[in-house]
Design a protein around this ligand. Structure first.
Ligand SMILES: Nc1ncnc2c1ncn2[C@@H]1O[C@H](COP(=O)(O)OP(=O)(O)OP(=O)(O)O)[C@@H](O)[C@H]1O
Ligand SMILES: [Mg+2]
Length: 252
């Protein structure tokens, strides 16, 4: 397997000295090209901290993050309200072009290349000419994904990227992310508090509790034969997933 990202023994403290507060302890993981790693855990378990460290926005206190297929700039991050980073006064295609061009005249010439990504994520040229507030939440999240893709990443970190979307829009964005990994071979770190959502996309799941890896394995194994009580509790706290698992067990 061609690994694109390796996280080795990462720990993170917020604050220093006697105020230091450890929120991640000895987290290690690897992700291969086109692979989706789900990261789940309750609120405050350290998911976003891990995502930001992987994306290079935060330094780890201990351990290393290696980008094996290009430098730290080969990672893009999508968050719940990623579109907040788009310039509210510009048509969204222009914010996309600016990922690859700081110069305005140059960005004008990047309209056509930007449209390629606009179409890829299922938006129209007319959508791309709108300002962020003139788009729906789902469309804005597609713009954020198109913008991230325009930067040519090897790894996409999605932190609660579909959490604010309603169920049907969520499904289409999950399908889009699935195409991104299959067509483009981009690896995805998919972070969510909702293990049911993660299970739709992830090849493997890493379960965090209080900054510690409780469990890490293939999605099917983690769901059907969880090794930790913590994972079992996460599954039982998600009735829709429990029903699905019971159903598939009966069918087997
Ligand atoms: N900038 C910061 N300074 C100090 N402590 C922080 C900071 N950011 C997060 N924390 C703390 O670190 C811990 C982990 O937070 P983090 O945001 O990584 O959790 P999370 O799993 O993403 O939670 P959620 O599901 O609510 O998004 C929490 O206890 C949080 O209060
Ligand atoms: Mg978070």
């Amino acid at each position: 397997m061609s690994e694109v990202l390796r996280v080795s023994h990462v720990s993170k403290d917020y604050g220093t000295g006697r105020r230091a507060h450890r929120v991640l302890s000895d987290v290690s993981l690897e992700v291969a090209r086109g692979e989706v790693l789900g990261v789940v855990g309750e609120s405050g378990s350290g998911k976003s901290t891990l995502g930001r460290i992987i994306a290079g926005f935060l330094p780890p206190t201990e351990g290393t993050v290696e980008h094996l297929a290009g430098g730290p700039r080969s990672v893009q991050m999508i968050v719940q309200e990623s579109a907040g980073a788009l310039n509210p006064r510009l048509p969204v295609w222009r914010s996309m072009a600016e990922v690859s061009a700081v110069n305005r005249r140059l960005s004008r010439r990047l309209r056509e290349p930007s449209m390629e990504y606009v179409r890829y994520v299922g938006l129209s040229e007319a959508d791309a000419d709108r300002r962020p507030t003139q788009l729906s939440g789902g469309q804005r999240q597609r713009v954020s994904i198109a913008r991230a893709l325009a930067a040519g990443p090897k790894v996409l970190v999605c932190d609660e990227a579909v959490s604010s979307l309603d169920v049907s829009v969520r499904a289409t964005v999950l399908n889009l992310l699935n195409r991104v990994r299959a067509d483009l071979g981009i690896a995805i770190i998919f972070i969510s508090h909702d293990i049911a959502v993660v299970s739709h996309l992830a090849d493997r799941v890493l379960v965090l509790s209080h900054g510690t890896v409780m469990e890490h394995g293939p999605t099917d194994r983690v769901l059907h034969r969880p090794e930790s009580d913590y994972t079992r509790a996460l599954i039982s706290a998600t009735p829709s997933l429990e029903r699905r698992l019971m159903h598939s067990a009966e069918g087997a």
